[in-house]
Write a protein that binds this ligand. Structure first.
Ligand SMILES: [Zn+2]
Length: 71
């Protein structure tokens, strides 16, 4: 389920991300993860939701970087 719109979509239409030590990363197979759908990559609510999950101020630019380039 997408963390922003709460829609259920096929996993290949969604990004699987995780927060580790306050950093937003692509999911690497360990720990808790969450999904973000492609429709919500540009959502204005995204940074707020990520902030809540990571308990840290993460800028939209950082989120976009991870979405586009991975890490
Ligand atoms: Zn969504």
């Amino acid at each position: 389920m997408c963390i922003v719109c709460r829609n259920r979509l096929p996993q290949n239409n969604m990004l699987r991300l995780q927060c580790k030590n306050g950093e937003l990363l692509r999911f690497n197979g360990n720990g808790r993860s969450f999904y973000l759908c492609k429709n919500c990559e540009n959502s204005k609510k995204l940074d707020k939701i990520i902030k809540r999950i990571c308990k840290k101020n993460i800028s939209i630019e950082n989120i976009k970087e991870i979405i586009i380039y991975g890490n």
